[in-house]
Design a binder for this molecule. Structure first.
Ligand code: NAD
Length: 426
C-alpha cells in the first residue's frame, strides 16, 4: 500500500481531538483540577470556519474551507501555525491548537495556543493559486488575528512565502506594515535568523539531553526520520553533521530512502530539492513506511503527521528514543506500548517546541525593531530547550511518570494557574 493511501485510511479511523482530550484529561485527573478551570483549559475559546472563494489559474472560482481555532489565551496571545492539506478538519485544528497551548506553557513562553488550516491540495496548485487562496484566507482572518491576539506561523505545506503573503494582506488592510502578525516570515520583512531551522534544531537539543540520561553515545548511533520536510530534514541534517549520528532511513509522502550504512544527508537534501521526493535516491532502497518505523535504531524521529505510531505498529518499534518532531504522531494506545517497552518518548509539546520558541524570539524582535545575531538566537533556543527538558525530566522522576505525562502536568498546571489568578470576567 502506498503511503498516501495509508494516511487517508488512517485519518478516517482516528480523531486527533479525541486523542488530545484524552491526554489532557489524564493530566487534569492527576492534578485533580476543579471542574470550572478544567473545562476552561480543555475546550477551545474561539473557533472560526470560513468558506471563501479564490480564483484558479484558468479564471474559475473555487470555494475553499479554512479554520482558525484559538484554544486558550490565559497566558498570552494565541500562537500556532497554518496547515494546507486535503485532510485538514476542524477536529484536527482543535487538537493542534490545544497542543500549542501546552507547548507554549511547557517551555514557558508567554503565548496561548492557536492553529489554522485550509482544506486543499497544495501539490496540485501553482504559485498564483496558492497566493490567491492565502491572501483571501488572510483577509477573512483580519478581524481574528493580530500581533497581540493571534499570531500564525508555518506548518505542513506552508512556508516563509505563505507568511509573507499573510503579513502583506493583513498590513494592507490595516494601512501600515505589521510584521508581528506572523512569524516564520522571510528575513527581509522582519523574520528571525534561525527560525527556519528552529524546530529541527530544538528537537536535536532535547535528543542530546535524553541521550546523556540514557548513556547513549550519539556519535555513531543510528536514527530514522519519518517525514523529510522542514522539521525532519533539519533534525536529520543536524544530528548527522553536529553529532555524528548515522541517518539510516528517511521518508516523505512519496516513499522512502534506506541505506543501512547511513545516508549522505547533503546529497539527499539536494536530491529532494531537485526531484521533490526522497524515493529513488541513488544507493538507497524504498522499504515502505511500516518497515521504516520498525527499523532497529537508537533514535526514531516522527516528523510527518499525526497518528504515525499506533496500537497497530507500536510493538514493532525498535528504538531507544522517540523524539516527536511532528505534532501528535503517537496515539495514546501506542504511548502505553512504547512505555512498557522501555522506550523514552520526548513528547511533541517539548520536542518540537523549538519552532514556537524562535517564533517568540521573532515576535520580540519585531516588537522592538531590533534584530539578533543567529548565534544569539540559537544560544537562547538551546537554553530554553535544555532547561525545559530538565524541568520535565525532574518532574517525571519525582512523580514516577513518563515524559509525556510529566510535560502535560507541567503545562496544564501553568495554564490552570493563569486561569485562576485572572479570575472570571466580568
Ligand atoms: P513540511 O510541509 O515542511 O513537511 C512535511 C513532510 O511530511 C513532507 O516531507 C511530506 O512529504 C511528509 N509527509 C506527509 N505525509 C507523510 C506520510 N504519510 N509519511 C511520511 N511522510 C509524510 O512540514 P513541517 O513543518 O516539517 O511539519 C511536519 C510536522 O512537524 C507536523 O506535524 C508539524 O505540525 C510539526 N511541526 C512543525 C513546526 C515548524 O516549525 N515547521 C513546528 C512544530 C511542529
Amino acid at each position: 500500500m502506498d503511503s498516501s493511501n495509508h494516511s487517508i485510511q488512517r485519518a478516517s479511523a482516528y480523531n486527533p481531538w479525541q486523542a488530545a482530550m484524552q491526554v489532557f484529561d489524564n493530566a487534569a485527573d492527576f492534578l485533580q483540577l476543579e471542574d470550572g478551570v478544567r473545562n476552561r483549559a480543555k475546550y477551545p475559546e474561539r473557533e472560526l470556519t470560513v468558506n471563501f472563494p479564490a480564483k484558479l489559474r484558468d479564471g474559475r472560482i473555487r470555494i475553499f474551507t479554512g479554520y482558525r481555532v484559538q484554544h486558550n489565551t490565559a497566558r498570552g496571545p494565541a500562537k500556532g501555525g497554518i496547515r494546507y492539506h486535503p485532510n485538514v478538519s476542524l477536529d484536527e485544528v482543535r487538537a493542534l491548537a490545544s497542543w500549542m497551548t501546552w507547548k507554549c506553557a511547557v517551555v514557558g513562553i508567554p503565548f496561548g495556543g492557536g492553529k489554522g488550516g485550509v482544506i486543499c491540495n497544495p501539490k496540485e496548485m501553482n504559485e498564483l493559486e496558492l497566493e490567491n487562496m492565502t491572501r483571501r484566507f488572510a483577509s477573512e482572518l483580519v478581524g481574528f488575528i493580530g500581533p497581540d491576539r493571534d499570531i500564525p506561523a508555518p506548518d505542513v505545506y506552508t512556508n516563509a512565502q505563505t507568511m509573507a503573503w499573510i503579513m502583506d494582506t493583513y498590513s494592507m488592510n490595516k494601512g501600515h506594515s505589521v510584521p508581528g502578525v506572523v512569524t516564520g516570515k522571510p528575513i527581509a520583512i522582519g523574520g528571525s535568523k534561525g527560525r527556519n531551522e528552529a524546530t529541527g534544531r530544538g528537537c536535536v537539543y532535547v535528543i542530546v539531553e535524553a541521550a546523556k540520561h540514557l548513556n547513549l553515545n550519539l556519535n555513531g548511533a543510528t536514527a530514522v526520520v519519518q517525514g523529510f520536510g522542514n522539521a525532519g530534514s533539519i533534525a536529520a541534517k543536524l544530528l548527522a553533521a553536529e553529532h555524528g549520528v548515522k541517518i539510516i532511513a528517511v521518508n516523505d509522502s512519496s516513499g522512502s530512502a534506506y541505506n543501512k550504512n547511513g545516508l549522505d544527508l547533503p546529497a539527499l537534501a539536494a536530491y529532494k530539492e531537485k526531484t521533490g521526493k526522497v524515493k529513488g535516491f541513488p544507493g538507497s532502497d524504498d522499504i515502505g513506511e511500516e518497515n521504516l518505523l520498525a527499523l532497529p535504531c537508537d533514535v526514531l524521529v516522527p516528523a510527518a503527521l499525526e497518528n504515525a505510531i499506533t496500537a497497530h505498529n507500536a510493538a514493532k518499534v525498535n528504538t531507544r528514543i522517540v523524539a516527536e518532531a511532528a505534532n501528535g504522531p503517537t496515539t495514546p494506545e501506542a504511548d502505553k506500548i512504547l512505555f512498557e517497552k522501555g522506550i523514552m518518548i520526548l513528547p511533541d509539546i517539548l520536542a518540537n517546541a523549538g519552532g514556537v520558541t524562535v517564533s517568540y524570539f521573532e515576535w520580540v524582535q519585531d516588537n522592538y525593531s531590533f534584530f539578533w545575531k543567529e548565534k544569539d538566537v540559537n544560544e537562547n533556543l538551546r537554553e530554553v530547550m535544555v532547561s525545559s527538558f530538565s524541568e520535565v525530566w525532574q518532574t517525571a522522576q519525582k512523580l514516577k511518570v513518563d515524559m509525556r505525562r510529566a510535560a502535560y502536568v507541567t503545562a496544564v498546571s501553568r495554564v490552570a494557574e493563569a486561569i485562576r489568578v485572572r479570575g472570571i470576567y466580568p
